[in-house]
Write a protein that binds this ligand. Sequence first.
Ligand code: NAD
Length: 391
Amino acid sequence: MKVAVVKEDEPGERRVALVPETIPKVVAAGAEVLVESGAGEAAWFPDSTYAAAGATIVSGPELYDQADVILTVTRPGLGAVSRLRAGQAVFGLLAPLVHPELAQALADQGVTAVSLDGLPRTLSRAQPMDALSSQANVAGYKAVLVAAETYGRFFPLLITAAGTARPARLLVLGAGVAGLQAIGTARRLGAVVSGYDVRPATKTEVESVGATFIELTSVGSAAGEGGYARQLTDEERRAQQDELTGHIARHDIVITTAQVPGRRPPLLVTEDALKAMGPGSVLVDMGASVLGGNVAGSEPGQTIVTDQGVTIVGAGNLPASVPTAASNAYSRNVSAVLLHMVRDGTLAVDLDDEIQAGVVITHGGKVVQQATAALLQPTSEGGADVDGTGN
Ligand code: NAD
């Protein structure tokens, strides 16, 4: 079995799917590892380090020609899909709930697609495979650095001969993996930190990393399945937005991380909340996406300054901006999924296995993962419900 590591082609993507340290483990499972020349360069892993770890450096066309399994961090572009052939497998964070058309294209090509974001994350044996957590952790850390870089004052309380600077007041909305890392990082920089989430279980987690938990009186628990939040009703959403506005106005920096799997991210910071913030305030919207974000008007990868002097940073691909740490973690995750699926030196797809039932998206020419397949079913109005809004 030939396992190949591609050079990512998405603009700004600096991560690589396998780092040299992981190669001996994959080789020990009976695979030969091919690495596209330059694949690790942007994460500071030159070709020579892969060759020294036992991999063969190849060109892009050689890789697609020879590989049985192709490892990516994100997903092959639709152009690359046409280079794949039936029987090949692709591993990545394919986001099939956001890009169901890619899943369909891979199925049509006869490619087996394995997406790490489908992992049943509550299984303890799946934890080493949890790329969503490892990358969210990197992103949460980096979001705070982005906020600190943008903010015009200090984070910590500083008492100097030139005067006393009060500490920054920072609010984290959404206290999952990224949010908790953001809270911890902001605390280490000396900010006074508060956190909020719709899942009540997060209260103790927020407090355990040294922040104050904000409880809203107008919205109850919105804990959903598998440790995730459910989507709020329109009424709950409006009540939440209204009550959050007062809290947001009392903070200098707001980092938002709220996501609902496969759905448009919830809007937490409205236009009114933005108007209530003082000049020099900073928001970093980690929920910013093409479907909309947690902050009104945010755009992924763009920084906007409002008329009131509030800076809104629409986070783009934050893990890619910490490429070595993010690649090290992802490499462990993707290799753990791969080795879980290898029997006697070849890939053995078994959809009765709980982990594989989550991560295998396409196989044998079909979209086999239920959530993605459901999304590709025409709705009663005639179109696929791609953004989960019912529109
Ligand atoms: P996520 O990225 O899907 O969402 C981030 C946070 O946003 C979540 O905490 C969610 O509750 C919150 N959120 C969603 N809608 C919101 C709203 N309207 N208002 C405020 N907050 C809102 O989540 P995640 O970080 O990937 O993980 C979610 C949970 O799953 C966490 O508790 C995490 O610990 C848990 N998890 C468990 C395991 C495990 O058991 N092994 C592994 C990974 C994650």
